[in-house]
Write a new protein. Structure first.
Length: 195
């Protein structure tokens, strides 16, 4: 049995590649925990099958009209869309649907952690982090700041570090500070304030 046989390669491309593209697109848009390769292969075949089920009418029409012989260029373009573009569109559409309020009545939100939910919105905040030892660290989370996302452990970089006053408010920026990085394992709570 030769795995490089053309028929086997075509079957592999047809039933693994579209699903794999959908899985990778979804993972880029909505990071999640890593799955082992054997589970991803089963998922890829399932998502490829869904891709073909959603496109059965156009595929049937293209094959029925025999575009392979009458318009070979458009035939190739069509299957590039089916194999490469449509799986990206389905992944984006599915993620968008999962984030709608209607579907969230029956399905869990696709974002697994509040940390990812808050910081993926790319909003600016004043931040006060209370550390496990009781100390408070304050700063500005803005355009030059960064918060890690799943599956990485939570870390936050605040582009400006601020001094916390006796009342627990923001007194002034720390002198000569280039920001501060806070690790999640050191944080008890994070309080966010609108700018």
């Amino acid at each position: 049995m030769d795995i490089w046989d053309v028929d086997k390669l075509i079957l592999f491309i047809a039933f693994v590649v579209p699903g794999f593209i959908s899985l990778k697109t979804y993972a880029l848009l909505q990071p999640a925990d890593f799955k082992d390769t054997s589970q991803q292969l089963v998922d890829a075949v399932a998502y490829s099958s869904i891709n073909y089920a959603l496109l059965i009418a156009p595929i049937y029409t293209v094959e029925y009209l025999n575009l392979k012989h009458s318009h070979p260029f458009w035939y190739v373009i069509f299957y590039v869309v089916v194999l490469l573009i449509a799986p990206i569109v389905w992944a984006k559409a599915f993620l968008w649907l999962r984030k709608t309020k209607y579907l969230q009545k029956t399905m869990a939100h696709p974002t697994g952690k509040p940390w990812d939910f808050v910081f993926s919105q790319k909003r600016a905040y004043w931040v006060i982090a209370t550390l496990i030892d009781g100390r408070q660290v304050a700063g500005l989370f803005h355009t030059k700041s960064f918060a890690s996302s799943s599956p990485s452990s939570e870390q936050i970089y605040l582009q400006e570090a601020w001094v916390v006053n006796d009342d627990g408010g923001f007194e002034r920026p720390r002198e000569k500070s280039a920001g501060i990085i806070i690790l999640a394992k050191e944080i008890a709570t994070i309080e966010l304030f609108h700018i």
